[in-house]
Design a protein around this ligand. Sequence first.
Ligand SMILES: Cc1cc2nc3c(=O)[nH]c(=O)nc-3n(C[C@H](O)[C@H](O)[C@H](O)COP(=O)(O)OP(=O)(O)OC[C@H]3O[C@@H](n4cnc5c(N)ncnc54)[C@H](O)[C@@H]3O)c2cc1C
Length: 458
Amino acid sequence: MKHETKVLVIGGGMTGLCAAYYLARQVGEEALMLIEAEPAVGGTSRTDYEDGFTCEWGPNGFLDKEPLTLRWAEDLGITTEIQRSDEASAHRFLYRNGRLHEIKGPPAFFFSPLLSRRARARLLCEPFVRGKRDDSPETIWDFAARRIGREAADILVSSMVSGVYGGDAKKLSLAHCFPQMAAMEREYGSLTRALFSKKRSNKAASAAGPSGTLTSFNKGIGFLPEAAAQQLNRCIRTGVGATRVRRIKDAYEITTTTGDTIAARAVVVAVPAFTAAAMTEGLDQHLPAALKGIPYAGLSVICAGYRRDDVGHDLDGFGFLAPRTEDLRALGCIWTSTIFPGRAPVDWVMLRVMYGGSTDPDAVTLDDSELVACLEKDIHPLLDICRRPEFLRVYRHKRGIPQYHLGHGVRLKSIEAAEAHNPGLVFAGNAYRGVSLNDCVVSAHRAVEKVMKAIEPS
Ligand SMILES: Cc1cc2nc3c(=O)[nH]c(=O)nc-3n(C[C@H](O)[C@H](O)[C@H](O)COP(=O)(O)OP(=O)(O)OC[C@H]3O[C@@H](n4cnc5c(N)ncnc54)[C@H](O)[C@@H]3O)c2cc1C
């Protein structure tokens, strides 16, 4: 069957839904269609409710620093459902030398045994380290080692990188993963000076973290895409995957897994980069290689429920990260029922533990019993847990989080060139300019702007 629409969005994850929502407001619902390959929308941002536990497939929430994300919730009329992380989650921990250390700000940090004395002394030299003189690409680890020393790079920075990206700090590009850090060095000459200056001026920074408070919804993060899908109901076709995007003069023809074709004036491709590569082959010479060149890290997410009495630790905090240089296979453990009270039944707790990432690709192939064995070895002794989890859900993301390795900038340029050669074709989502939900929302707005420029040039 042949269909026609003015604008087609391919992919119903957070990015595709956000783009579709704001496009519908501009072009009208009748001129918009969103196709999603899976039977349900949400992509990795979905939530299951079972036996009183609220389990997130992927993201826990977003930081409340991006006004566009909050505005989306407002526009959807769901701000009353917003749940901010509990104050207790301001306490964050790192695993080192067999135990958990609370991460404290200065001056307490300098007396903590988390880093060796030498490494702490090296940290104090940061304000005097000269900035980088050229603009050659640098990995996150090289930047951190240069500014704060190798040990702090391994312990403080690499663990954060594996927590956020499931990535390897020695491969990821600083400029594309943490552009704000590169900017801090450029503008202030030192991270320490930049942090002090920002602290003075940013009164909004919360105790839960310098960049905002982790925010979700009472029914979990999946509530956001569900609310958007409800409002876009008439435009969404689930169980329909795009297989090919062809340009035909000033428009596009999309073939689907259901054997249909859709003609559209503009197309937002909001699927993972490797899928986008397959469907856009033939559109532009350098595009497939650029899209295929964005690797992904796999992750296994375990939601484990325990009776409160079976856990000796007070779980008074956010959870902990484990540096890759330490002897723990888990990337980290989040104390979900502390961060968001109500996510486990009364007298129970829920932990969320992540395995895998680009330094441990085999972890996504572990079955449930192997993962429980990992929990028992890694997590139980640390949190004084005496029994196996009585509730267990595992979410495996074989290609979960895109990795912006060195060279990402060159790939982005090729993708942008392909967009410029094909007006009305836009690539959006976590593969390009940031992996967080906030970044996805920003990416969706970029897509809306580019589509509107293409279909209604001023
Ligand atoms: C384990 C994990 C934990 C995370 N934690 C956080 C967190 O706490 N905070 C945070 O901000 N971010 C977090 N992230 C990142 C964030 O979840 C993602 O970057 C974001 O959800 C990506 O949204 P997206 O719409 O770009 O892509 P996706 O969610 O991947 O959506 C793409 C959609 O396209 C569909 N699709 C694929 N192929 C086709 C096709 N051929 N035709 C049609 N549709 C297709 C897919 O089914 C999917 O629905 C986490 C990610 C993971 C994996």
